[in-house]
Design a protein. Structure first.
Length: 165
């Protein structure tokens, strides 16, 4: 499991942090906006890697509230990470719900200097559901009294961004 996470992080995090190794050694980088989603691609030595992402910031406060980043996975699925800030209950992880549907829980795996990381992998059926939906609700659990912070992530532009990967 640790090797899989390390492999995922080595591919995804350079795209999260645009100054990462993939971009630093890249022959060409592109960034294309699809409404609420951005697709970043890097090309080096004939290999093209792309990831789509959406970042949400706290209103009237500096800092990242949440970042979701996905790459095309096998058989039409997707894999990536959700990055959340420090100060959350890592034992509870996060939960996701598409348009108010059933929730699924994802554990936090590690925290880095930019926040805590939750790996996410979804199959083709979930990708298709996301393409036809309006929002994915991400629930974060705080340490102060176990409050739940529900963060809606817009799926506007998701289909075009995913198709561009």
């Amino acid at each position: 499991m640790t090797r899989k996470l390390s492999a995922l992080l080595s591919v995804v995090f350079p795209l999260i942090v645009a100054s990462g190794p993939v971009f630093a050694q890249s022959d060409k980088t592109t960034s294309t906006r699809f409404e609420n989603w951005t697709v970043n691609c890097a090309e080096a030595e004939g290999q093209r890697q792309c990831a789509m992402s959406q970042s949400l910031n706290l209103q009237n406060q500096p800092g990242l509230l949440l970042r979701m980043e996905l790459q095309r996975g096998p058989e039409g699925g997707a894999a990536g990470v959700v990055v959340v800030p420090f100060g959350l209950d890592i034992t509870k992880g996060i939960s996701l719900s598409i348009d108010g549907g059933p929730r699924w829980n994802l554990p936090m795996r590690t925290c880095q200097n930019f926040g805590c990381v939750i790996p996410i992998t979804v199959g083709p059926a979930i990708v298709e559901e996301m393409k036809q939906s309006g929002t994915i609700q991400v629930s974060l659990y705080t340490l102060d009294g176990g409050k739940t912070l529900d963060v809606p992530v817009s799926l506007t532009g998701f289909t075009a961004a995913f198709d561009a990967l």
